[in-house]
Design a protein around this ligand. Structure first.
Ligand code: ATP
Length: 607
């Protein structure tokens, strides 16, 4: 219920539209009821044409008031104090008008409800996306991309059952049923009372069904997330799939997941489809009891006129369809609640990296970045970095080296503040950098990752990604400095060429140079660079190295080094092993020491 109410709270901004919707709803329902009410005079015109007022109205209380009497008299005058044919014509016209109006308002109602529904879905989608951006890297590491895509696409779509059309549909059907019920009471109150007493049996049935439905829908949506995950993974990793000829296995995996989904979906649909007929059968049983009791009233006790019984029946039968729809809408709501549960789980995830209360903006780095006894663990009890003490002075190039898994990326991620140290402090100019806002710190950092991520946009926009306000000359200047101008101008549309997702139309070296141009344009005081390990041909390598050299000039740089030229150029080499610093020094001093660096140098850099 809590989740349902929370979902409904998304409707709040659209209260005006909802009032309009409810108005249309009311009118449609009333017109539906009026259509039934017209049956009596219609039958009278056809079969007797006696005055309407001569029928004893025992079921209408004396307090019904003057308005009712006035309307009745007018109605009688209009339809009964004329010839039978004229009355028939007028009645036909009245019915046509009532139906026409009912459908016009019905249409309006549908349009309004769809507008509300789609706006709410848009709001929820945006809220999740917005929230995702506040979450820390660890959140994304723990989840599959496909699962998140599925939350935003499929779950949000499913939630609509609970937030809009179906909820509003329940209101509509309930109002409609209520109107029919009033008509039924008006026609034959004893029978209507009996009907009301029989109703709860349907309600109990609906409650049992909805619990089961919610469980099944939850499972169905989990399976959909699995499918999306496999899709995202295999499409983005298609190169690996093809290279290892894993197509058959991937197809098998996908088939398994879609079959699982099919099973889960069918299990849900079976139950969902059963809900309608089951409620209808129960309702029908009730109807038979009423029919029998009504028949007795007409035939034996003579307390009911056949016309009234006919109207009562029409009203009750008309109620079956809305009630049926209520039970159907209920299953959509249950599915929506299940989806809402998963959506709220994401929305309730707290970002791990948060600004401290009173955090200040940092404007620049003027002396040094110091790591004081820093330790870090991703999972409790499994330290990845231990007691790191390190000072990087302003303008220095510090190269991190070490075997795979030593903790180099983790250390650079800590400095970029993607994670907070488990113990120890990172200080910038003697101040704990947690005193500063995350955003202002990141503005000082230029990050060049190992694998360049290019967005599906033009070359120009990919370079200007970090500085949307950059002038054209600045963007071109950065591209030139990164040795990228040459190849860019050879592309079909130069800077306006769209690079595909992940820049598939560029070579490895070209992509790296775009990444360097991006960092040059941002011109950050601190550069965190993860050198690409993949070998480039010598010309491409030369161009990239030149670009990097330019980028590192007069800049504090922390580089995860994989190339000899980089370590030789570094002011300080930090050798990491098993999460600990084992050596610090320049290339020459460390070679002379003949320690861990010497061994690493022979194994890694000599090649
Ligand atoms: P490489 O040169 O191969 O990239 P590295 O020196 O950069 O290695 P890290 O990526 O920092 O090493 O990893 C250090 C250790 O932390 C490894 O044992 C790794 O398995 C572990 N690790 C890295 N990322 C995570 C994570 N998100 N969750 C849990 N453990 C992690």
């Amino acid at each position: 219920m809590k989740i349902y109410l929370r979902l409904l709270s998304y409707l709040k901004p659209y209260w005006k539209a909802i009032i309009l919707f409810l108005l249309c709803l009311q009118i449609t329902a009333l017109l539906g009821g009026a259509n039934l009410g017209v049956i009596i005079p219609f039958l009278k015109v056809l079969f007797s044409h006696s005055s309407f007022s001569t029928v004893t109205d025992t079921s209408i209380p004396q307090t019904a008031g003057k308005i009712y009497l006035f309307l009745k008299i007018k109605f009688n005058q209009f339809f009964f104090q004329v010839s039978q044919l004229v009355a028939l014509k007028r009645l036909c016209l009245l019915i046509l008008m009532l139906f026409l109006l009912k459908n016009v308002f019905g249409y309006l109602m549908n349009v309004i409800s769809i507008i509300i529904e789609q706006r709410v879905l848009r709001d929820i989608r945006y809220q999740i996306y917005e929230h995702l951006h506040t979450l820390s890297l660890s959140f994304f590491h723990k989840r599959r991309t496909g699962e998140l895509v599925s939350r935003i696409n499929n779950d949000v779509n499913t939630v609509k059952g609970a937030v809009a059309i179906d909820t509003l549909m329940i209101v509509r059907q309930a109002v409609q049923s209520l109107v029919y019920l009033v008509v039924a009471f008006w026609a034959a109150w004893r029978l209507a009372l009996l009907a009301v007493l029989l109703l709860p049996s349907t309600a109990i049935l609906a409650a049992i069904l909805s619990r089961k439905l919610r469980k099944r829908s939850h499972r169905m949506q989990e399976k959909m997330a699995d499918i999306t995950s496999v899709l995202v993974e295999t499409i983005s990793g298609i190169r690996v799939v093809k290279a290892f000829t894993m197509e058959k296995d991937e197809k098998r995996k996908f088939r398994h997941h879609i079959n699982e989904y099919l099973r889960a979906h069918l299990r849900f649909e079976w139950l969902s489809s059963l809900a309608g007929p089951l409620t209808e059968v129960v309702a029908c049983l009730a109807a038979i009891i009423i029919l029998w009791y009504g028949g007795i009233q007409i035939l034996e006790t003579k307390t009911l006129s056949p016309e009234r019984f006919f109207v009562f029946l029409a009203a009750i039968l008309s109620m079956i369809s809305p009630l049926n729809q209520i039970s159907k809408a209920n299953s959509a709501i249950q599915t929506g609640i299940a989806a809402g549960q998963r959506i709220f789980k994401i929305l309730e995830t707290k970002p791990e990296i948060l600004d401290r209360v009173g955090a200040k903006e940092i404007k620049g780095i003027y002396q040094s970045i110091v790591l004081e006894d820093v330790s870090f663990e991703y999972e409790t009890g499994k330290p990845v970095l231990q007691n790191i003490n390190l000072k990087i002075k302003i303008g220095e190039v510090a190269a991190l080296v070490g075997p795979s898994g030593a903790g180099k990326s983790t250390l650079s991620d800590l400095i970029a503040r993607f994670y907070e140290p488990t113990r120890g402090k990172i200080k910038v100019d003697e101040i704990d950098f947690q005193e500063f806002t995350v955003a202002s710190w990141r503005r000082l950092i230029g990050l060049v990752p190992q694998e360049t991520i290019l967005f599906n946009d033009t070359i120009y926009n990919n370079i200007a990604y970090s500085r949307k306000d950059a002038r054209k000359e600045e963007v071109i200047g950065a591209a030139k400095a990164a040795n990228a101008q040459g190849f860019i101008l050879q592309l079909p549309e130069g800077y306006e060429t769209i690079v595909g997702e992940r820049g598939v139309r560029l070579s490895g070296g070209e992509k790296q140079r775009i990444a360097v141009a991006r960092a040059i344009l941002k011109n950050p005081p601190l550069l965190i660079l993860d050198e690409a390990t993949s070998a480039l041909d010598s010309e491409s390598e030369r161009l990239v190295q030149e670009a990097l050299k330019y980028l590192m000039q007069n800049r504090t740089t922390l580089v995860i080094a994989h190339r000899l030229s980089t370590v030789k150029r570094a002011d300080k080499i930090i050798v990491l092993e098993n999460g600990k610093i084992v050596e610090v020094g320049t290339h020459h001093s460390l070679i002379q020491k003949q320690g861990p660096y010497q061994r690493l140098y022979e194994m890694q850099f000599m090649t």
